[in-house]
Design a protein around this ligand. Structure first.
Ligand code: AMP
Length: 287
């Protein structure tokens, strides 16, 4: 595995691989790798001949007062895990190289997809995500890029951008990887105290209960949301940012539950903010 920080060197390596007919699979991350990231890498290993991992804590997707400075980092450990997944190239650029002082170009996915949920709670977040993913695609030149359904809206935004800009990249969504007790894996879980972590299990319980209510025939979103809100708010540290039932493709709220319904939530437990989601009726699609 080669570790490359230089953008031009990375692009040249990828352009050469493409010219040689090698299929490039790409997994963009912010590092502090866990099993969720590794599941993407393992799938990427199967799908591509050159497997590229990027680790870049992207400043433009963090808002004022968010956790950019404290975001967990451990490159030595990430390097070991990447080697174990047979990553070929680890791209590790500096923020000043991705965004030099005269940097002026941003990618904005407009419209209802970004106006809601994370986009409404974190203004500018998806502008930062779309910009860095577009830049990484131009640098890495992937044939296929893998993203987790953990960031459900991000995946939808990346798919929209890729289609709108006619980028020749296949976007693959991968299922959420959870701890054995149900907590969705996240680099940010290290922020949770033992007590907050215990309380955070209410999210997986709420998702399971929502699925159960839907399986029992409840179709009114309001009834399900009221029940789940009570479950989550029974935890003293919990503060709900949003809790919604939306159509999986449009992300618009649904009054009635159907096969396209996804439950999406963001909840603070003390300072840490966790997101999670899951389908209510149709478990067949990963996202
Ligand atoms: P991040 O490093 O948090 O930006 O995540 C990098 C990629 O890993 C994104 O596509 C995430 O959706 C994905 N990811 C993060 N957590 C999980 C998880 N628990 N299961 C599956 N994919 C995940």
């Amino acid at each position: 595995m080669d570790i490359i920080s230089d953008i031009t060197e990375m692009q040249n390596r990828c352009l050469a691989a493409r010219a040689a007919g090698r299929k490039i699979a790409f997994v963009p991350t912010m590092g502090f790798l866990h099993e969720g990231h590794l599941s993407l890498l393992r799938e990427g290993r199967k799908r591509g001949e050159l497997l590229v991992l990027s680790i870049f804590v992207n400043p433009t997707q963090f808002g004022q007062g968010e956790d950019l400075d404290s975001y967990p980092r451990d490159l030595a450990r990430d390097e070991r895990l990447a080697r174990d997944c047979a990553v070929d190239l680890l791209f590790y650029p500096a923020a000043a190289a991705i965004y030099p002082p005269d940097y002026a170009t941003f990618v904005n996915v407009d419209g209802p997809l970004t106006a809601t949920l994370e986009g409404a709670c974190r203004p500018g977040h998806f502008r930062g995500v779309a910009t860095v993913v577009a830049k990484l695609f131009v640098i890495v030149q992937p044939h296929v890029a893998l993203f987790g359904c953990k960031d459900f809206q991000q995946l939808a935004v990346v798919q929209r951008m890729t289609a709108d800009l006619n980028l020749p990249v296949e976007i693959v969504g991968m299922p959420i990887v959870r701890e054995t007790d149900g907590l969705a894996m996240s680099s940010r879980n290290v922020y949770l105290s033992a007590d907050e972590r215990r309380q955070a299990l209410s999210l997986a319980r709420a998702l399971a209960h929502g699925r159960q209510l839907a399986a029992d025939g409840v179709r009114e979103s309001g009834a399900v949301l009221t029940a789940l809100q009570a479950m989550i708010e029974a935890q003293p540290a919990a503060r709900i940012d949003y809790l919604r039932i939306c159509h999986r493709a449009t992300l618009q709220e649904q009054e009635r539950i159907d096969a396209d319904s996804v439950l999406l939530l963001a909840v603070f437990f003390g300072k840490p903010r966790l997101i999670d989601n899951g389908p209510l009726l149709d478990q067949a699609k990963p996202c």
